[in-house]
Design a protein around this ligand. Structure first.
Ligand SMILES: Cc1cc2nc3c(=O)[nH]c(=O)nc-3n(C[C@H](O)[C@H](O)[C@H](O)COP(=O)(O)O)c2cc1C
Length: 487
């Protein structure tokens, strides 16, 4: 997520969970083609594997060229952004969620990327855009992309996007979540993989979604939740989702390791005559701010951090040394809370409430009713279900896809270990959104491209989330309910 889940956030996340797949901020294809400073957009320490680079664009040739550069950095996968709701992006060459309206073009883009690299290509999309929001249209999108390219894994942000009328923040909260459509896709395209995204803010929700099994999911992508509370979401993920042992011993140990990384990173991309270094100390400290979300004295600690910066802190370690005493020792030294194995009891029950976004007008399928029974949820509470697999476009498209997959040799889940019941939790990272139109009268310069990326990218950020000045904002966002009314 732009300006949130950058290289440094990912490094912190990787220190907390070894197996979770990490996604880069979105990188616009043109940026890589025109800006020679690729390291700044693509470099990552080897321990960040498994890692996916998300690309933005809509020109097959340019995406292929960008993909070659990405592959040179050793990424495990390339993901195409078909979910950014910005109308500015849509107007600037039709990419992001606007591409949902052009599945043939998405297929061509993915085929071009796949032909250029030898790593898997995946797609992150919405349920639809504007009034093009029927399940049949979504099926047509998946069918067209999966038959016209080697894509077999779709990460679905389970709400549609309104390209006009809603800003990016509203587009992540206002359109209702329809999780059952993702399960319906898994049911209708059994040879493909689907990961669910949107409104899942905690590990209980991840495990619940992976185990609710009307159609198996390949993974659950957690965006805002994993950013605002990285320890809560990730510290027990290796054990609970991947069946291994947890990577992190305690927050204190993670912060100690992170401080060594961060202080070595300050100024890696250069410095300005006024002494401003990129990345700056504040940029490097930002991912740490969510580490004590929900803990006693977390607010006082963040205030102490702010004060330390105002007094001219010289290093991340220095800020930590000067402020960690504000927190309780148990917050610092507690091992990851190992709670449950994901059953429906206890906290998972809470998670279920947010996982159930019913649609009144659609009857539940037998599969969904079985899940309900398993979860002990009564019919009286039910308001809807997932789209029925009936004859017609959806059904026939699904059959076509299955046939095509068989012709291709039965393409299935390219993500090893991403099967239900102990599989892929994915942490969304994204950012750097969008290309702008080339300036009149000639090709865009690297500077222009950078500016276009920043301008269009700004359209996809949450309101006002800007770089180093966002302390107050982070504080504010941290207190926003992560699974708010519309999520
Ligand atoms: C500040 C911000 C920036 C985002 N940037 C991107 C992006 O570049 N690419 C992308 O696919 N999704 C992006 N998203 C959307 C998230 O990846 C995710 O789909 C969305 O927030 C819903 O998931 P969540 O409820 O787990 O956060 C962004 C979200 C936020 C809050």
């Amino acid at each position: 997520m732009m300006d949130w889940t950058d290289l440094h956030y990912r490094q912190l996340a990787r220190m907390i969970s070894r197996h979770t797949w990490l996604y880069t901020e979105m990188v616009v294809d043109k940026t890589l083609i025109h800006n020679p400073d690729h390291d700044r957009f693509l470099w990552f320490p080897p321990e960040q594997h498994p890692i996916v680079c998300q690309l933005g664009g809509s020109d097959p040739d340019e995406l292929a060229a960008a993909a070659r550069i990405v592959a040179g950095y050793g990424y495990d996968e390339i993901n195409l952004n078909v979910g950014c709701p910005s109308d500015r992006v849509a107007g600037a060459g039709c990419f992001g969620a606007a591409l949902m309206l052009r599945p043939e073009l998405v297929a061509r883009c993915c085929a071009a990327i796949a032909a250029a690299v030898d790593i898997p290509v995946t797609v992150k999309c919405r349920l639809g855009v504007d009034n093009n929001d029927s399940y049949e249209e979504l099926v047509r999108f998946v069918h067209t992309v999966s038959t016209g390219s080697p894509v077999t894994h779709f990460i679905v942000h389970a709400r549609k996007a309104h390209l006009k009328g809603l800003n990016p923040h509203q587009n992540r909260t206002v359109p209702p979540l329809r999780y059952q459509w993702v399960w319906a896709l898994a049911r209708d395209f059994p040879h493909l993989s689907f990961s669910l995204n949107g409104g899942v803010a905690g590990l209980d929700g991840v495990v619940t979604a992976l185990r609710a099994d009307p159609g198996p999911l390949a993974g659950v992508m957690v965006g805002r939740g994993a950013y605002h509370a990285p320890w809560d979401v990730l510290a027990d993920a290796d054990r609970r989702v991947f069946g291994g042992s947890n990577a992190a011993l305690s927050r204190r140990v993670v912060l100690d390791t992170y401080a060594a990384y961060a202080d070595a990173m300050v100024g890696r991309w250069g410095s300005k005559p006024d002494g401003w270094r990129a990345p700056s100390l504040r940029t490097l400290f930002k991912p740490v701010l969510g580490m004590f979300a929900g803990e006693p004295r977390a607010r006082q600690w963040r205030a102490a951090v702010d004060a330390a910066f105002k007094q001219g802190a010289g290093s991340v370690r220095g800020v930590l040394d000067a402020t960690l005493h504000v927190l309780l020792p148990e917050s610092l030294d507690a091992a990851p809370r190992e709670e449950g194995d994901g059953g429906a009891a206890g906290p998972a029950h809470e998670a279920l409430r947010t996982l159930q976004h019913w649609e009144p007008e659609l009857p539940p399928t037998p599969e969904w009713l079985a899940v309900e029974r398993e979860l002990g949820r009564g019919a009286a509470e039910r308001e809807g279900g997932m789209p029925a697999a009936e004859e017609g476009e959806a059904g026939s498209a699904s059959q076509d896809s299955a046939l095509t997959a068989a012709d291709k040799g039965g393409a299935a889940n390219l993500r090893s270990g991403a099967q239900p019941g102990g599989t892929g939790s994915e942490t969304s990272t994204s950012g750097n959104l969008a290309q702008g139109p080339a300036p009149a009268g000639g090709a865009a310069t690297p500077g222009d491209q950078q500016q276009q990326q920043e301008e269009s990218g700004a359209a996809c950020k949450d309101d006002g989330a800007s770089h180093d000045e966002s302390w107050v904002l982070v504080e504010k966002q941290t207190s926003v309910p992560l699974q708010g009314a519309a999520s």
